[in-house]
Write a protein that binds this ligand. Structure first.
Ligand SMILES: CC(=O)SCCNC(=O)CCNC(=O)[C@H](O)C(C)(C)COP(=O)(O)OP(=O)(O)OC[C@H]1O[C@@H](n2cnc3c(N)ncnc32)[C@H](O)[C@@H]1OP(=O)(O)O
Ligand SMILES: CC(C)C(=O)C(=O)O
Length: 591
């Protein structure tokens, strides 16, 4: 009797059902567990949002959400040296240039620097008419009052009220019950509403954030949000921003999406609410959390440039926007000079953007490996051909292997796309010589040159710059310390065949006049070289103008006494380049 396959649930310690195929295989069981104290993190299940009727997995991202920058508050409060007024100003101006309409400019009750930055923006009239600045306040009466002082005289502003709602914070930080936290929220929201009524001449909007939302009991988060938005009389004409954070990211993004969809479907005044999310990146999944939250009904995302923020950071708005861009969706932010954006962000935060950071890192559009370089070079060449055919670069779809977007669209050049080291192949070497120097080598010569480049790169392990590659090319083909042949002068006549009449200096110092004919210049010259006792046959010849066309490059493959050699030359005319390329091949055979 054959044994029944093990049940998918029989592997101990795994919650994901395993197929019977794998569960009893020795290779599957090779990992035997670790000594890590993971038991400390096992927790009783938290009440979760009821996922019944979830729709977000079937939705797709078709338009940009409302973007809100918290670089100047959440990003700033996480820095070891918070931004001074000058750094904050540079960041503010950058955010405005990029097209942000919703910018949290600080936590004015936290101290003088924060307060005076808000005053500077207002008093110097630095806030464009289509931008709303917001100011953050905790739920403490004296700090709310100070926050309102900071925005006196502003045309428009948003007051952002926030306090934690989760059980751990209620118990440990506030020492309050659910009812007491709810009372604190409503008292503060009431104070905000009264101060707003008194702030004549300033158009005020409100934002409420139940901090730690993601680990708050869903019913409590919903109840307190409904109570605050009702007190503020949220309506389509004067919507309230309800901002739901993963203050500390604790779960996979699908859990957050369920929480957001549940709120989206259950909120009392949904049409009077701008549903916002504020993901942090503790698990490294802030981008996914934000994207799934939008699928689940969020209208707005708060985050920072390059993900600066507490601990592992806030969600990176550059990544989110360029993810949309890469899918053909208008990102509604201007990211066309990403390096400038990065420089300003690095200056303001004094933090470097890591080289592998999506889109903005130094290395993200760079390929070192040979097969990737080959594919990229072919993709770029195919795109160039299509652009030449249609005459409209913007109309040609971007289809280049390994490059999700065209680096040029975010202000990067192609020079840095392909970089050469010991992992590179002929495609990469050829691509660099072509893009940096306009040299389009034939395939066989690429193979030969790449072998030499590989030998050098293997030797010192370092990257070769375009200038290094050019130097290798020059040393191999163009420079010859003691040439066996040197072209002194020549004349070419064309009839049914080409005739070359050349004065050639030999290694021995003699100069000989040689004449020969053939179908093309290189073959005619090969025939002429018989007069010098050389049996040369040209098996390949290529050439092209270089740069603005004032120089010409030629590449030949010859056989000399039956052995193949490549040669190359750069000259002022096409004919001279071809004759010199044949000499280059002969000279290489003699060294
Ligand atoms: C989610 C977020 O990121 S919230 C923003 C966090 N940002 C910052 O903390 C940076 C700016 N903060 C500060 O400069 C200071 O904390 C200040 C000036 C605002 C307050 O300083 P202090 O009065 O000395 O308070 P301290 O920071 O030590 O403690 C916080 C107090 O506020 C309470 N609290 C914390 N958050 C909130 C809140 N959102 N609403 C109401 N009370 C709060 C705490 O329970 C604690 O109360 P306790 O003194 O009764 O124990
Ligand atoms: C103010 C809130 C949204 C916050 O910064 C957080 O929870 O991280």
């Amino acid at each position: 009797m054959t044994e029944a396959p093990p049940s998918p649930h029989t592997v101990p310690g795994l919650r994901t059902p395993l197929g019977p195929r794998h569960a009893d295989q020795p290779w599957w069981n090779a990992q035997r567990g670790s000594a890590m104290p993971y038991g400390r993190y096992a927790r009783p299940a938290r009440p979760q949002a009821d996922p019944t009727g979830r729709t977000w997995p079937s939705n797709s991202l078709v338009k940009a959400p409302l973007w809100a920058s918290v670089d100047l508050r959440d990003g700033n409060q996480a820095l070891s040296s918070p931004m001074d007024v000058e750094r904050k100003s540079r960041m503010f101006d950058l955010l405005v240039r990029m097209g942000f309409k919703d910018i949290e400019v600080g936590y004015p009750s936290a101290g003088d620097a924060e307060f005076s930055f808000v005053r500077t923006l207002i008093e110097q009239d630095r806030i464009p008419d289509d931008v709303t600045v917001s100011v953050f306040t905790p739920a403490r009466p004296e700090l709310i009052d100070r926050t309102f002082e900071s925005i006196e005289g502003a045309d428009r502003a948003m007051v952002h009220l926030c306090h934690a709602t989760a059980c751990l914070w209620r118990d440990v930080v506030f020492g309050m019950t659910q009812d007491e936290v709810r009372r604190m929220a409503l008292d503060s929201a009431g104070q905000v509403a009264r101060r707003a009524d008194a702030a004549k001449g300033t158009q005020l909007r409100f934002q409420y954030s139940p901090e730690t939302f993601n680990v708050t009991e869903p019913e409590f988060a919903l109840g307190i949000s409904d109570a605050v938005t009702s007190l503020w009389d949220a309506s389509p004409e004067r919507p309230v921003t309800l901002n739901l954070p993963t203050t500390v990211e604790t779960d996979s993004p699908n859990v957050f999406a369920d929480q957001i969809e549940w709120m989206h479907r259950h909120l009392d005044r949904r049409d009077g609410i701008i549903l916002s999310v504020h993901p942090h990146n503790d698990r490294g999944t802030a981008v996914a959390s934000a994207e799934l939250a939008v699928l689940a009904g969020a209208d707005r995302i708060e985050g920072t440039l390059f993900g600066n923020g507490e601990r592992t950071g806030n969600v990176c708005l550059v990544t989110l926007a360029l993810n949309l861009f890469s899918q053909g969706v208008d990102p509604q932010l201007d990211l066309s000079d990403l390096d400038e954006i990065r420089r300003t962000a690095e200056y303001a935060t004094r933090l470097p953007v890591p080289p592998r950071h999506p889109y903005g890192g130094d290395l993200v559009h760079t390929a070192f490996s040979g097969t990737h370089q080959d594919a990229i070079a072919k993709g770029l060449a195919a795109t160039d051909r299509r652009i030449a055919e249609t005459g409209d670069a913007r109309a040609v779809p971007w289809n280049v292997p390994y490059l999700p977007i065209d680096p040029k669209d975010i202000g990067r050049s192609y020079e840095s796309v392909v970089r050469v080291n010991s992992q590179s192949g002929k495609g990469g070497v050829a691509h660099v010589l072509k893009t940096a120097y306009g040299l389009d080598l034939p395939r066989g010569m690429r193979v030969e040159l790449a072998r030499e480049v590989q030998r050098i790169a293997d030797g010192d392990g370092a990257e070769l710059t375009p200038a290094d590659l050019r130097a290798v090319f020059t040393r191999m083909y163009l420079d010859c310390a003691q040439p066996a042949l040197l072209l002194k002068e020549f004349e070419i006549s064309r009839g049914p065949r080409v005739t070359v009449d050349a004065l050639v200096a030999h290694a021995a110092g003699r100069a000989t006049r040689l004449t020969g004919s053939g179908p093309e210049v290189p073959s005619a010259y090969a025939a002429a070289l018989a007069g010098a006792g050389l049996t040369v046959e040209v098996t390949e010849a290529h050439g092209h103008p270089v740069g603005a066309g004032t120089r010409y490059a030629a590449y030949v493959r010859i056989t000399l006494d039956g052995t193949p050699w490549y040669g190359a030359a750069l000259a002022d005319t096409e004919e001279e380049a071809h004759l010199s390329a044949v000499n280059s091949a002969v000279n290489r055979a003699h060294t």
